[in-house]
Design a protein around this ligand. Structure first.
Ligand code: PMT
Length: 416
């Protein structure tokens, strides 16, 4: 597999040589792209000698195979686009800003826009630059675009200050690269059906019963599955989000719509992820005209059908079914009850009483609950979390330990 290392202009640029060697030891074919500033810290020759490939130092320099008339930037782009991962180490505040804003004024920033390969950035900079809201905002943008961020470490910095900003250890960056490569196409051949957002039940022509789901978690699941090679069907209640390109989008509004959309596609799916927050009740008879305010109002509600339970009832062998649950108290007990009652293979448990995670947040912390295990997935960006949830879901395919439905305490472990 081919990995492209982007080296930016910072004192940690010399550490990129060690990273290149470490990647090569994993039998990866490593190519290097340097920014103009990086060349003030390390010579391209160092990387050329290590990799055996010409180092790309600019949009207009000549590629290995080019004759004098070749359109060098286009050839470079072809070569670079065939990479399986782009890892930028060290990534400066400047390159993070360029990536976040789509500025393509040198080869590395142009490659970032042009590549479809997974991207990893390992920032290194002065502590104040790292903590600056502009840098943090740029990182948030990139994390939301599935760029894997390997956070810098704290310690003594070359600028004489102490704090966060030191390039992460080579081993940590290697782990991120290997994890990204491992995920590449591991869902090829799967059809993942994801439900997302909050269903709405009309009370009258202008009002509805709804909930606080933004759809972010479900969309992150859909994007991660698609990135990992799955065909994705996204059954979405109304959200303000744009679905991943190339997935089959099925817009729905009510629980009944969602039920019909899911059940009619059940035979296509190999994995079902039910991240939607589905209305449990609807008005028995929605008003034809707008309800007028005139004192207390009593609404007669009836339960909606449980889509997850209907899926489990109709499931065929091999279909993996993962539900979600948003709880505010006795989280583990309620989650376990739902897991057993609904018959899913796993329930992803959200404690939505916690600040900063769950509904509408870009971040989440969950417990992946199966009959025999409760795996804590600590707070992280929903996009990153989606990959962990998919990893745990795929693990369900391993021969399962058959366990009785006992009342014994579940072992709680940390996700890796
Ligand atoms: O969308 P975000 O803002 O990113 O927020 C994410 C989330 C918190 C909404 C999401 O991660 C989540 O937890 N979704 C499940 C919400 C929930 O409360 O579900 P539940 O406990 O009501 O239902 C449990 C499971 O049964 C869910 O998979 C649900 O899709 C399913 N269900 C529920 C009711 C119903 N009538 N039919 C169902 O299929």
């Amino acid at each position: 597999m081919k990995v492209t290392v982007g080296v930016c202009g910072g004192i940690a640029a010399y550490k990129a040589a060690e990273l290149v060697r470490t990647l090569q030891k994993q039998a990866l074919d490593v190519h290097v792209v340097m920014t103009e500033a990086a060349q003030h810290f390390v010579q391209p020759l160092t990387f050329a000698a290590l990799t055996g490939h010409k180092v790309i130092t600019g949009l207009w320099d000549m590629p290995e195979s080019a004759d004098a008339d070749a359109a060098s930037s286009i050839e470079h782009m072809d070569a670079a686009q065939s990479t399986d991962a782009l890892v930028v180490a060290p990534a400066t505040a400047n390159v993070l800003a360029k990536f976040a804003h789509g500025v393509a004024d040198d080869f590395l920033s142009t490659l970032y826009l042009a590549t479809t390969a997974p991207v990893i950035v390992a920032p290194a900079m002065n502590v104040n630059m790292w903590q600056h809201p502009a840098t943090q905002a740029n990182l948030e943008v990139l994390a939301n675009r599935n760029v894997r961020v390997v956070a810098p470490e704290s310690g003594y910095l070359a600028c004489g200050m102490t704090g966060a900003g030191r390039l992460a250890e080579t081993e940590t960056i290697l782990e991120a690269v290997l994890s990204v490569l491992h995920h590449r196409n591991d869902l090829a051949g799967e059809t993942v059906l994801v439900t997302a957002g909050g269903t709405r039940e009309a009370l009258d022509p202008v009002r509805f019963l709804g909930n606080r789901s933004s759809g972010k978690m479900g969309y992150a699941m859909a994007e991660a599955a698609q990135r990992r090679g799955a065909r994705v069907i996204l059954v979405s209640a109304p959200t303000a989000l744009r679905g991943p390109a190339n997935c089959e989008m099925v817009p729905v509004v009510t629980t009944q719509d969602m039920r019909d959309a899911v059940l009619s596609r059940l035979d296509q799916a190999t994995i079902i992820i039910k991240a939607a927050a589905v209305a449990d009740y609807r008005a028995r008879v929605p008003a034809d005209q707008k309800l007028r305010r005139s004192g207390p109002l009593t609404l007669e509600l009836e339960p909606t059908e449980d889509i997850l339970a209907a899926v489990v009832e109709r499931r065929r062998p091999g279909l993996l079914v993962v539900g979600f649950a948003a709880e505010t108290e006795d989280v583990l007990a309620h989650g376990r009850d739902k897991l057993l009652r609904k018959g899913a293979d796993a329930i992803v448990l959200n404690d939505v009483s916690r600040e900063g995670v769950g509904f509408d947040s870009d971040r989440n912390a969950v417990t992946f609950l199966t009959r025999d295990r409760a795996i804590e997935l600590p707070e992280m960006n929903k996009r990153e979390l989606a990959d962990h949830i998919l990893d745990e879901t795929l693990r369900l395919r391993r021969p399962l330990q058959v366990l009785a439905e006992t009342d014994a305490d579940l072992p709680v472990t940390s996700g890796d």
